[in-house]
Write a protein that binds this ligand. Structure first.
Ligand code: ATP
Ligand code: MG
Length: 360
């Protein structure tokens, strides 16, 4: 008896700038993998929430928009941001409401050096930099609380209140311990700034110390975020899993991606580990208005995010096919300019599709 293919519904938000180019490339690859394996189906819904429509309509997410997302199994996002819209408006108009409403409370950002790609760090090769950054994704410095008094005057005072809750920290921390435990090195580094920020950051330290005894196999240490940037550059081999606040996790993952070769190759997963809401997968880079529309964007960050999405949906074989193709294509030298190569988005996409096909 032939069993029915498993069906997964995917909401695709290409967004702005290179977001549209890299998601189109990724969907082509997903459709190829789906066709080749034949045991699952992806049903895509294209959603045009972007800055162009914001400028016309005054909103990113229409009424009942989040309910539309809720009806899908996962969300694939390109990038949102435009030179015509202040970044805090696009971030708070689209990305943050999705992450918060759909309870995507951890942001997982794996980074490693791809075979054939040169790290800007001297003597740092494949295997020397292999990290997973677990970023708190729902509160902290991105709580959105604060205000401005005497705004627009030389006496202006603005407050930006970071809110950390025991429950919010603990669930992220537990996810990070589990991640560390699942990796060969079983090592977890907590990043804070608890010497200067004496309330929220100290709570992070305390909760870390409370959970540690439950994971005797995980070796743990703590770093201040400033010292952490130095360690990432000078001793990349000494790190494995990293857990950090919303703001620190964001900054460190851009650094991590650049150290691995380019900001264009790093994937991220915004997860609701309880699986009550769909999780969202997106590259860590932005809409890159400086290169948008030229066909030169590196699609690998989005393609790798789609592989993470397939893993989350239980399609491990499909995910592995994509990961293998990414490695093969970078090793073969089919690389975009950010990786020192010569080719554009289309050629990389075609090379990946060819590799997927050759794996049959
Ligand atoms: P946003 O406002 O959406 O965050 P941004 O320009 O501030 O956009 P990024 O989009 O992350 O930030 O771009 C930072 C730099 O990295 C730019 O010079 C951009 O061209 C480059 N870059 C980002 N993503 C890619 C990619 N996928 N391929 C090649 N270069 C990229
Ligand atoms: Mg930006």
């Amino acid at each position: 008896m032939i069993s029915k293919p498993r069906v997964h519904t995917i909401a695709v938000i290409p967004g702005d700038g290179i977001g549209t180019e890299v998601t189109a490339a990724t969907i082509e690859i997903l459709q190829k993998v789906e066709q080749d394996l034949g045991d699952f189906q992806l049903r895509f819904t294209h959603i045009d929430w972007n800055s162009e429509n914001y400028l016309r309509q005054g909103y990113y997410i229409p009424e009942n928009g989040l309910e539309l997302l809720e009806r899908h199994d996962a969300i694939l996002l390109g990038a949102v941001g435009s030179p015509d819209v202040p970044d805090h408006i696009s971030l708070w108009g689209l990305l943050l409401p999705i992450r918060k409403t759909l309870n995507q409370y951890v942001n997982v950002r794996p980074v490693h050096i791809l075979p054939g790609v040169a790290s800007p760090l001297k003597n740092c090769k494949v295997g020397d930099l292999d990290w997973v950054i677990v970023r708190e994704n729902s509160e902290g410095e991105y709580a959105g609380q604060g205000g401005t008094s005497h705004g627009g005057t030389p006496n202006a005072i603005a407050t930006e209140v970071a809110i950390f809750t025991h429950a919010g920290i603990e669930r992220t921390m537990r996810f990070a311990f589990e991640t560390a435990l699942s990796r060969p090195r079983k090592q977890l580094t907590l990043v804070t700034k608890s010497n200067a920020q004496r309330h929220g950051m100290v709570l992070w330290d305390q909760i870390f110390d409370q959970i540690r005894p439950e994971y005797p196999e995980v070796s743990c240490d703590k770093m201040l975020v400033d010292a952490m940037t130095v360690r990432m550059v000078q001793k990349p081999q000494s790190l494995d899993t990293i857990v950090a606040t919303n703001l620190h996790g964001d900054i460190l993952s851009d650094l991590a991606a650049a150290l691995s070769g380019s900001i264009g190759i790093a994937p991220s997963s915004n997860l609701d580990p309880s699986r009550q809401h769909p999780s969202m997968f997106e590259p860590i880079h932005g809409s890159a208005p400086d290169i948008a529309g030229r066909g030169v964007a590196n699609p690998l960050g989005t393609i790798a995010s789609a592989a993470e999405m397939l893993k989350w949906l239980g399609e491990d074989e499909a995910a592995a096919k994509i990961v293998m193709a990414i490695d093969a294509v970078t090793v073969a030298g089919t690389r975009t300019r950010d990786l020192g190569g010569q080719v554009g988005t289309e050629q990389v996409t075609k090379a990946i599709i060819d590799h997927v096909q050759s794996q049959k």
